[in-house]
Design a protein around this ligand. Sequence first.
Ligand code: BJW
Length: 255
Amino acid sequence: MGVDQQQSIEKARLALENGGNVVVLTGSGVSAESNIPTFRGGGAETMAALWADFDPRTLATPEAFEADPGLVTRWYDWRRLMCLRAEPNPGHLALAALQKRVEGAGRRFTLLTQNVDGLHQRAGSTGVVELHGSIMRWRGVRSGAPAVLPEGPFDSYPPTLDNGELIRPSVVWFGEALPGDAVRAAGEVLRSCGVFLSIGTSSVVYPAAGFIDDARRAGAVTIEVNPESTAISGVVDICLRGAAGGVLPAFVGGG
Ligand code: BJW
């Protein structure tokens, strides 16, 4: 590890020790080391030939579902099963350990995730705010009735409820509103945020991409963990360059 990175890690460690309420925002990069492809970067080896010709940005839309519900649900079911088989990695575990430490010191800790894979919860994080829903819950498109999911793939695509109603994953597609309770929870904790960590997200999808501005308005120390430069790298106080599974255990402990 370079001297600069070591200094940044020390600065981040100090900010976390002294910095009031902690808000963490995660994106798909935090699950990359669990072999789940990032949303935009793909991950050619895991994205597999089967789906290589499809762009997630066009599949994750109400229009795509309307045009071809069979294709879209097959893609989501393939991803659901990949998430079920995946295990939390040292980055997820370090965040769960950080939460215990911060809360043990009587401070507030909130994990806001854009991820739909459920890996933070499986790593032991509690009270996780799922901004973009979950791929592990599906519902009727009209009634919203929860669907019972098979352990393996659905028998056929598009899958339906017993009454024939189409079902879809309870995720948030482009152009759809985020769950109101998640947006309210995020707004509330960001207003009193002392330290803001953005981990494994390209910070291009709103409203989550705007949380950095809320955190800065609250006077928070802002920290980014990402191997690449992102849309917010220029405005954060501390940039930690590297994979979440390597960097997070190094400065928050656990993992
Ligand atoms: C690593 C790593 C390692 C690699 N360790 N890091 C304001 C301005 C402009 C546009 C808008 C705006 N407000 C709203 C919009 C429109 C739109 C939007 O933001 N568009 C932009 C693309 C321009 N937003 C919406 O439509 C949202 N809805 C909305 O605002 O509704 C308003 C409304 C109100 C009332 C009524 C109706 C409407 C909804 C957004 C929903 C996003 N949904 C998705 C799909 C979820 C389901 C699924 O998974 O299929 O969420 S899109 C996709 O992007 C997914 C992700 O959660 C999200 C963010 O992506 P993420 O996680 O950042 O992934 P990547 O791939 O971009 O980045 C990965 C990063 O990891 C990279 O930086 C790597 O370097 C890094 N990395 N390995 C750490 N090991």
